[in-house]
Design a binder for this molecule. Structure first.
Ligand code: KG4
Ligand code: ZN
Length: 339
């Protein structure tokens, strides 16, 4: 074990406490503690998230080391999410990582969460071909929706982003309107599979360039449901599958349209997907179809690397380690952190 580069990585930017061990780019363990507490509120409560991270961080790291069958003395460096995210949540992970690095006298590596989502494509797996530079990455999560031009591992340019709600936020808010639990994206996905996607029509937003907007769709679904219930108190139950299918199709169509335009304008046919919403089956299928139709090489992450996880922080940390790109104890966690 000792001749390998073993990265312990910590992710705590939102409501998942996660730790992983990455050895020479391969995942040895990838542990996530989800915080159930937020379900009852229909969204993440920052104060509750910080407290849950405090309770989870030591057991999660312990489990990651146990699963990887590696002693803490054999960890080469520790990588952590510096931002963006909820500050109280970030502080738990960053404080732990700093203390671990100091105690073990090993290098500390800071990671940008959004870059890590993209770099999850470089997690080594047998027979997986990672994206070649330059490529376009559609990064879609609960907090972000971006088209990123990735020129190198850490040379990334956001060429388009949402002007209001993120795609994941749209899924979650629509789910809330339909009375589904938080986070609602996976539920919308599940019911959409059973519905007719052309049953309800929603207009597309009119935003320039490669930017997005999803707040109009959220409101359109709210009005559809409000008016529907006036005429039929069982409106949601009767039409749940069709509303989910129609709303999901609209989100996917909006996402794909701008991505297609960017790929054409920049003449790039290497396309990747990242972030929690890349777990969506409608989006995954649409991307694969688009790849087949346009001759793109499409890269879709494994399910476990779509939503927040520490393996993606670990692979980003491994790449930084190889570049001798280390952090220091005085670097502060940041809620807003650009590339
Ligand atoms: O990347 P992520 O785990 O956390 C953030 O950094 O935000 O993304 C979480 C988002 C949530 O909005 C969740 O509803 C959405 O990803 N999501 C999905 C699916 N799985 C997770 N949205 C649609 N379909 C899914 N299958
Ligand atoms: Zn994320």
């Amino acid at each position: 074990m000792n001749d390998k580069i073993n990265i312990l990585s910590i992710e705590s930017s939102c409501d998942d406490t996660a730790a992983a061990v990455i050895s020479d780019g391969f995942v040895l363990s990838n542990v996530i503690a989800n915080q159930e507490i937020h379900k009852q509120y229909g969204g993440v409560i920052p104060e509750a998230a910080s407290r849950a991270h405090q309770a989870n961080i030591i057991p999660v790291v312990h489990q990651a080391l146990m699963k990887a069958k590696i002693a803490k003395e054999n960890i080469t460096a520790v990588a952590y999410t510096r931002g963006p995210g909820l500050l109280g949540s970030l502080l738990v992970g960053s404080s732990f990582a700093k203390a671990f690095a100091l105690a073990m006298n090993i290098p500390l590596i800071e990671i940008n969460h959004m870059q890590a989502h993209i770099l999850s494509h470089y997690i080594l797996e047998d027979e997986k071909v990672p994206p070649a530079f330059p490529f376009l990455c559609l990064t879609v999560s609960g907090g972000h929706t971006q088209i990123v031009l990735v020129k190198d591992y850490f040379v990334m340019e956001i060429i388009g982003e949402t002007t209001d709600d993120a795609a994941g936020e749209a899924f979650d808010k629509i789910a809330k309107t339909l009375g589904l639990p938080y986070p609602g994206g996976p539920f919308v996905d599940k019911f959409a599979k059973l519905g007719n996607a052309t049953r309800f029509q929603f207009t597309h937003p009119n935003v320039p360039n490669y930017d997005y907007s999803f707040s109009g769709l959220k409101t359109a679904v709210l009005y559809l449901v409000r008016d529907g219930i006036k005429a039929d108190s069982d409106f949601i139950a009767t039409h749940l599958n069709d509303i989910c299918a129609s709303a999901q199709k609209t989100i996917v169509d909006i996402l794909i349209k701008k991505l297609k335009k960017a790929a054409k304008d920049l003449n790039i046919n290497e396309i990747a997907l990242a972030g929690g919403v890349s777990a969506n089956s409608g989006l995954r299928n649409a991307m694969l179809q688009l790849g087949a139709d346009n001759g793109w090489r499409v890269h879709i992450p494994k399910f476990e690397y779509c939503t927040d996880n520490a393996a993606m922080i670990g692979i980003a940390g491994y790449i930084k380690y190889l570049k001798n790109d280390f952090s220091t104890q005085d670097v502060a966690a940041k809620a807003r952190l650009s590339f």
